[in-house]
Design a binder for this molecule. Sequence first.
Ligand SMILES: *[C@@H]1O[C@H](CO)[C@@H](O)[C@H](O)[C@H]1NC(C)=O
Ligand SMILES: *[C@@H]1O[C@H](CO)[C@@H](O)[C@H](O)[C@H]1NC(C)=O
Ligand SMILES: *[C@@H]1O[C@H](CO)[C@@H](O)[C@H](O)[C@H]1NC(C)=O
Ligand SMILES: *[C@@H]1O[C@H](CO)[C@@H](O)[C@H](O)[C@H]1NC(C)=O
Ligand SMILES: *[C@@H]1O[C@H](CO)[C@@H](O)[C@H](O)[C@H]1NC(C)=O
Ligand SMILES: *[C@@H]1O[C@H](CO)[C@@H](O)[C@H](O)[C@H]1NC(C)=O
Length: 938
Amino acid sequence: MLRFGVVLTYILLIYFQTVVGIWRYKNILEEKELFIVDRNIFLEYEGSSFLEWQYPEGCDVNNKSSPHAVMWCKAPGFQAVKPLLSDMSTDKEEERHLYISDSFFRLAWYAVIPLLRNASEHDSQIVRIWVIDPDRADEAEINNTAMIPSVYFRYLTKRLLVGGEFAVIELFSFPQTIQSYFTNQGLWEARLLRDSEYHHLHIISQSVSFHGKSVASSQHVFYGTSPEKPYGDKEVPLRLTTGSPMSIVWGACTPYRALLLSDKGTFVTKNAFLTYKEIKVDPGELLMPSDGYYVVSDAVLLENGSIFRIGDALFWRDNEDRKLRRNPMKLLDKGVKGLSFRTHCADHYPLQEFELATVLAWTDHELYKGGKALDWKTNSSYMSNILSIPKTATILTAAFGSHPASLSALVMYTDSVQLSVLTSYENEGVWKNRTLWSKNVLQGPFQMLFVSAALETLLVWNKDTMLYSFHNDSEWRYLQIMDSSNLSQEAGGSHIHHMIIDHSLNMLVKMENNILFFCKFGTNKLFRLPTWNDPGRSVVLYLNQKEQITMLTMLDRSLHVQKYPLQMEIRSAMREEVHSCPYIGFTHNMNRPVYYIDKGEGVELWAQIVNHEGENINVTLSRNKDHVLHITESTHFESAHHLDTTNKTFNIYQDADYRDMTNNSDLIWNSSDIVSMELLPTQIANSCSLPKNRISHFFVGCPPNRHIRVIKPQRTPCQMHTFDNYTIPGFVLSNSSKDLLVFYDWKSFGCVLRIHYKDEFRPDIELYDGEAFVRSVDANFIVWENFNRKDYYFNATMRQVACLHEAQTWKSMLVDEKRPEEAWGPHNYRSCFVDTTEKLGNLDQPYEIMNRSSKNYLSFSEEYNAIYVFNLKIVDPNYSFCNLRAVFAVQTYGISMVDQLSPHYQFLIPFLISLILLCFLFYRYTSIFRDMLQKKCL
Ligand SMILES: *[C@@H]1O[C@H](CO)[C@@H](O)[C@H](O)[C@H]1NC(C)=O
Ligand SMILES: *[C@@H]1O[C@H](CO)[C@@H](O)[C@H](O)[C@H]1NC(C)=O
Ligand SMILES: *[C@@H]1O[C@H](CO)[C@@H](O)[C@H](O)[C@H]1NC(C)=O
Ligand SMILES: *[C@@H]1O[C@H](CO)[C@@H](O)[C@H](O)[C@H]1NC(C)=O
Ligand SMILES: *[C@@H]1O[C@H](CO)[C@@H](O)[C@H](O)[C@H]1NC(C)=O
Ligand SMILES: *[C@@H]1O[C@H](CO)[C@@H](O)[C@H](O)[C@H]1NC(C)=O
């Protein structure tokens, strides 16, 4: 019996080692997995027993007995293709069903950045864009080395331009359109900033066609070049132990930067393996390794260097001097059991003023984290301890969590055989322990990976089985293949090498013998994909920034880079009924990485799912924190032509009431939080397609750059730089009696509004996010004069605005000699329109609070032309998380100089009047006297 087993294993091994009848195919432009009617498909057989290609009637092949043939198909749909092998061969003839589509997107954008000589660092770069027809493209255009269009493509591009085609160029990282212009060279040009080491563009086409062919929108990536110094004699290589499978790490936000470890050397790329280079180290003060190379087990790639785990210590290699250093900045130097790199990009994560970790390292009982760069010259330590567990427990592995800010360690307690997962939000630092239950006892060593999700979702695997725990549940489930959970058995005894998962939840498990299993994560059935690579080769999978899978094969100390057409392979393998997706289409509009929600604001999202009648399927929105935001849902359902369409609308809003917070709860009042949400159909299957965007973060707090502006009334002139200084007479100041000379700060106070002294004025305010107008503000606000002038008034009384009790006033708020900035604000504002037990008070006092709809206005001194600088502050506690303030200045006019003088020279007026009266009397007297004299004379 035992003997039989051994023989069987041997046969299996032989079987899997002799499957060399491997064949592959590719499209002319590897960029697209678009296989179209009439377009060339390159077939390639690798092995010795090839006879000829077998292909369906709808297709044709240039030379069917050539192992490197070109095929094209006239008919759309699945086309079964396989190589026929000689009878002697023991190889399996593996059939594929290539899906040929009848797309009219037969033209493609071509984009190139010509290298400019003498260009300086700060010059902008020009990208040239034209249209090509891949069927007629020459080698240079396929290699992306052409700098100008050929005569035909120039003609083609011009014809399309005349038809209305133009290239809309968007930056991929954040939707921003770049201006482009058409040049007389027959191409579009656009300027890119040079300071970026990498440009990722999305070129979007219009719906224009030429002879029935349209241009497909596409992504284009350009990388900066940074030539490296060649190595001398003293640098030594870094290698994995002989015979170990390759491993790879890449930047979560910068996937084009990757580090590949193999037993032949360590390689680095900065351009997604367009080019790569071996990295070596200068041993510096360290002992020269006896074998001539260092044996590494793990590595991570930081911004300015790399960390390697050699033995049980961490070493630093700086990009500048390429020296290997032990223990710089207290890098852990003993007992290190593992090293792990950030897996989900946190660049857009709205956690302000907090740098999330990039690296995790652990010993048996301690977990450490490190940032994205290490400056070995400074004295602070790079790694900080974030978790220490008792000696009765051991850390098996650690990884970054499902959420950009979460971290996790897989732990086993000595008195238990179950695995526990300890998880914490980095910014909160509280560790949660979850024991995950499984029926079987699991053997290590373990690896762990968290899938990006709103609710913690993770995969844990050892050499031959994979387990997962979904959406915060506490049960392990096995990923199964053909009803067995032992992947190893299904792959001829080979072990799990590594796995990758893309944003659309496509998951590939690669075995050491290069057998690939696929599943859409969320279903628990893995599926074997056709063989793509020789089982004996050393291969590793890499996912680039366009989410394309690349196979990196080590052939004679150099890397062979091949695109892997995952979509096509899945389609070919999943065309049977069992894999059919329960829905036809799933779309939603949750497409921003971050949504900002201020007090009282909300976001409306929709998700639509279309399915065949009768399938019971819906959409779920899951989130990691329940108490922060409210969600209301409404569903619109429609059924027509045996298709059900469900459109679910989610109204996500914040409505906490901050009015009753006491003075000392400022913290709660200002506190912000981040909620992650995920949109998914309730059921998925392996053949389903999912939108790339599943998760968005909702930042509840003050949105970045939110501020208020006082609008300048249209007909009121607002003047700049009309004076430098002015004097405020002491008797209108509330805090002193001396005249105050004010130097007006035009930069911070802005222009002065010229207002007639008899006019009433009420500032209108608008809310802005950066330069973007949000809305007009109707909240209550207060004003105070910056230099403590008190000669301005409010024209409404508390009674006139219908207060229910005495309202707050500056006088009542400024007791205890507080500064006006702190004395009154949202934290202590009480509305007088809310009935409280407060005493009625004197309602005939002026009401000092204004808003957009109130009849309360500011009026100014009627004795002086004056300049006022007002500070303005919103006091409604439920209006915003932001501290909303503004400054505006008013200069009154209309009082004549004499009038202005009056207060000081009031005594002059009676004097003058008496004088005039006296003169008049004197005149009267003299005239009477003269009259009398005259009469006398007569
Ligand atoms: C077809 O391919 C075979 C094998 O490579 C080659 O021997 C033969 O000459 C080719 N025929 C033509 C017509 O090119
Ligand atoms: C295109 O690339 C292939 C393979 O990399 C190379 O052999 C060929 O010379 C290139 N052609 C041009 C025109 O750059
Ligand atoms: C779903 O409904 C919302 C409004 O409730 C609408 O704005 C949206 O366009 C609908 N989605 C689709 C795909 O029709
Ligand atoms: C105030 O400004 C005037 C000009 O506008 C200038 O002549 C005068 O010297 C300034 N006063 C002081 C004290 O700087
Ligand atoms: C205050 O002045 C404004 C503008 O002149 C006027 O519309 C409003 O009625 C006045 N309010 C009161 C209470 O008199
Ligand atoms: C604006 O002020 C008036 C009193 O002037 C008040 O009745 C009204 O409720 C206030 N509006 C808001 C939005 O608070």
